[in-house]
Write a protein that binds this ligand. Sequence first.
Ligand code: ZN
Ligand code: ZN
Length: 360
Amino acid sequence: MTLYDERRVALMKEVDADAFLVANLEGSDAATLRYLTGFTGEGALLVTREGGLLLTDSRYTEQAGREVPRLPVGPVTGEYPQAVAAALKERSLKRVAFASRRLSHYWVLRLRGRRAFRLVALEDPVMALRSIKGEAEIEKIRRAASVAEAALADLLETIRIGMTEREIALDLEWRMRERGAEGPAFELIVAAGKNSALPHYRPGERKIAEADLLLFDIGAQVDGYCSDLTRVVAVGRVPARAKELYDLVLRANRAGVEAVAPGASARDVDAAARAVIADAGHGDHFGHGLGHGVGLEIHEGPHVSPRSDETLQARMVTTIEPGVYLPGFGGVRIEDLVAVREGGRELLTRFPSEALVKVG
Ligand code: ZN
Ligand code: ZN
């Protein structure tokens, strides 16, 4: 059995149905399709106890032959839902499960109300499998992290007052691709000065200036797997208030990382870091969750937040990324990637964070 066969068998053990439907059109669910088959094109997948069937169209037939030589491939010449319905009927697959978080309402409308089969909505059963990584997956994430880190280290040498956020973001992306990244894992964030107080800022024309905090939230994609790293530097000089903020967030980051262990509740890990920030009077300035799983997608399970009911398990990979955002001043977030290990944790991030350093 290949790795992909094993994943499909594991999925069907969790699913009370004859088939599980995955559809990836225009990138709608690329990660699930890739995870279960290795196929990176568009198409629909029916996972069954007998194995599976990949339905794809002429744009991807050749690619499917290369990427999934062992999986039966059916041609789609018309509409995808139509082809899926025909395949289900032909194989007498009566109960068809799908992930309600992933399959679009369009598909449900096109498939429901038929005599041949019944749809069963599940939340996202593949995510539970994906959140526990294999060693080969962790290695890919580690490589993606090292590519992003090497790019950032080199870039920091070149930072000069007057450069714009957009110039810097573009330069970073170039440097990551040069080192073998397929691309950025997400739209890279380079936020200067007051903009660093916006957690999901998009780089603009702002020129970096003396005494700015400069926040980088960056990630590379290598062999399909993502990395995620946030570091903050000071431009020209390190203002006292910025240093104080940085040291607080660093303490929260360390507390969060140290709380990561198999069997720990994700909520408690969040609380360990959040308490440090709340005790310093900045509870209201840390609005987002502490971390998220990373893998084929930049945001996946587990969710490490005050609302999470998940328990950490060995070989999960999560970010730990506390932040404090002061409107009108700026923000600091320090984000590391951590693999849960028997008896503790392994930091996948190597980039130093022990002090707020000056650039430019
Ligand atoms: Zn990030
Ligand atoms: Zn993140």
